[in-house]
Structures are given as structure tokens and as C-alpha cells.
Design a binder for this molecule. Structure first.
Ligand SMILES: [Fe+2]
Length: 267
């Protein structure tokens, strides 16, 4: 069995990969040369250890009764004092996060109406609403768990991958703090796992609605940058999209969906 296959299996068994599975070609990067390719026993051990981590990572309460829902805080409103004051936590959670949840469900309901009526005049505004509120809900749900009374240590596998990705835990933390502090206007500092190289990245998310609903796994994509269609379709982007729909590879999307569902639900 090739080293690459072993790595893929390791990732799949650890329950953490979707984008690194079907259809994603792992290139000959540092990822392939990683020192810590898991041996089978390590993987089994890792799966046993996943249970409590999985419960936490699943962000319980963010989805209930067929709708997105406001999760309860994982601690009392004043538990993060003095670093994060009770009143701000209350307003932030009960008003702001709740607003994203409400907006996300409303956007989905309006999109359903639009599909039923076959009327997509408002698709641009609705797609923005979806991204704005969807990302707001996902990021806030992760945010509440990103803090804990007294703080927590960086150790175990996370410590290892921090060292591999940033040259050291402290260096990674400093990059995270610097990037977060330098976000222009409103936004987020994000420590993220990038599945192709199996490494960590520090990102700045300015205007989270301009990007995506954070946490989704792409199943099928259509490139509408001009370079993708201009030679044949010139400014007729709609014609290119119609043509794309005739060659869309839905079995590929199905394979990626199946692979993604194998990972624990991460929002
Ligand atoms: Fe917020």
C-alpha cells in the first residue's frame, strides 16, 4: 500500500477529513513527508480518544427540530470574568448570535419559497443573507467554545501540529494574536485545519459573508472567473453556466458527500 493511501486512510479513520478524501488529489507536498503518519494501532487509539473530543466538536444545540438553533453557552455568563465581562457575553450571545440564527432560518425559508415558485430574482440578496447569517452562526458557535474559564493548555496532537505548522506553539499563538488584532474592520481571527496538507493555518476573516458559510464542505463547484469561460463564451456567463450544468459530475459530488458524512459533524 502506498504511503499516500495510508495517509488518506489515517485521515479518514481519525474522523477529521472530508475535503481530503474523494476527488482531492494530495500532491507531493510536505504533507506526504510528514513524520507522524499514523500507524494502524495509533489510529485505533486515536479513535478511542475521539469520543469526548467528538462531543465537544459537534457543537451540540446548534441544530434542533429541523432548524438552526441558538446553543446554550458552555459556561455561566460570568464565568469568563474578568477577561470577558458578563454583560457583553449576555448581549453577544442572547442578541447578536440569536440574530444570526433567526436570519439564517429566515434566509433558508425564503430560498425554499423561491425554489417552489421558480423565481430567483432575489437570489443575490438571499445568497448574501445565507452566507452572512450562516457564517455568523457557525463562527459564534465555535467562538463560545474557543474560550474556557482560566484558559486551556495546547498539548497532545494539537501541540504537535502547531509545532509542525508554525515552528512552535508560541510562534503559532503569536501569529494568531497578530493576525486577529490586525483584521480590518469587523471580522475574525481563525485558526484552521487545512486538510490537503494536514496542517494548520491562521486566517483573517473580514466580512465573513463575503467568503462562504464557514464549515461547509464543497461538493461541486463551477468556476465563473472570466478565465474559465471567456475564450468560448465571451461575456455570456449564463451560457457557460448552462453548458456547465450539462457536464456536471453529480456522482463526484455524491462521493464527496459520502466521504464528508463520515467525519464528525463540525457545523
Ligand atoms: Fe460576534
Amino acid at each position: 500500500m502506498s504511503k499516500r493511501m495510508t495517509r488518506r486512510e489515517a485521515i479518514a479513520m481519525s474522523g477529521l477529513a472530508a475535503a481530503a478524501t474523494a476527488g482531492t488529489v494530495l500532491t507531493a507536498t510536505a504533507a506526504d513527508n510528514r513524520k507522524n503518519d499514523m500507524k494502524e494501532n495509533d489510529m485505533k487509539e486515536n479513535m478511542k480518544m475521539m469520543a469526548p473530543e467528538k462531543d465537544l466538536a459537534m457543537l451540540g444545540g446548534t441544530w434542533a427540530d429541523g432548524k438552526y438553533a441558538l446553543p446554550a453557552l458552555p459556561y455561566a455568563c460570568d464565568a469568563l470574568e474578568p477577561a470577558y465581562d458578563k454583560r457583553t457575553v449576555e448581549i453577544h450571545h442572547d442578541k447578536h448570535h440569536a440574530g444570526y440564527v433567526k436570519g439564517l432560518n429566515a434566509a433558508l425559508a425564503k430560498l425554499e419559497e423561491a425554489r417552489k415558485a421558480g423565481k430567483f430574482e432575489d437570489i443575490k440578496a438571499l445568497s448574501r443573507d445565507l452566507a452572512f447569517n450562516g457564517s455568523g452562526h457557525v463562527l459564534h458557535s465555535i467562538f463560545w467554545h474557543s474560550m474556557t474559564p482560566g484558559g486551556g493548555k495546547c498539548e497532545g496532537d494539537l501541540e504537535k501540529v502547531m509545532v509542525e505548522s508554525f515552528g512552535g506553539v508560541q510562534a503559532g499563538m503569536e501569529q494568531f494574536a497578530a493576525a486577529t488584532g490586525a483584521v480590518e474592520g469587523s471580522g475574525w481571527g481563525v485558526l484552521a485545519w487545512e486538510p490537503v496538507a494536514d496542517r494548520l493555518l491562521v486566517l483573517q476573516a473580514e466580512k465573513h459573508q463575503n467568503l462562504t458559510v464557514w464549515g461547509v464542505v464543497p461538493l461541486l463547484v463551477c468556476d465563473v472567473w472570466e478565465h474559465a469561460y471567456y475564450l468560448k463564451y465571451a461575456n455570456m456567463r449564463g451560457d457557460w453556466v448552462k453548458a456547465f450544468m450539462t457536464i456536471a459530475n453529480w456522482p463526484f459530488a455524491a462521493a464527496r458527500l459520502a466521504a464528508a458524512r463520515k467525519m464528525c459533524r463540525m457545523m
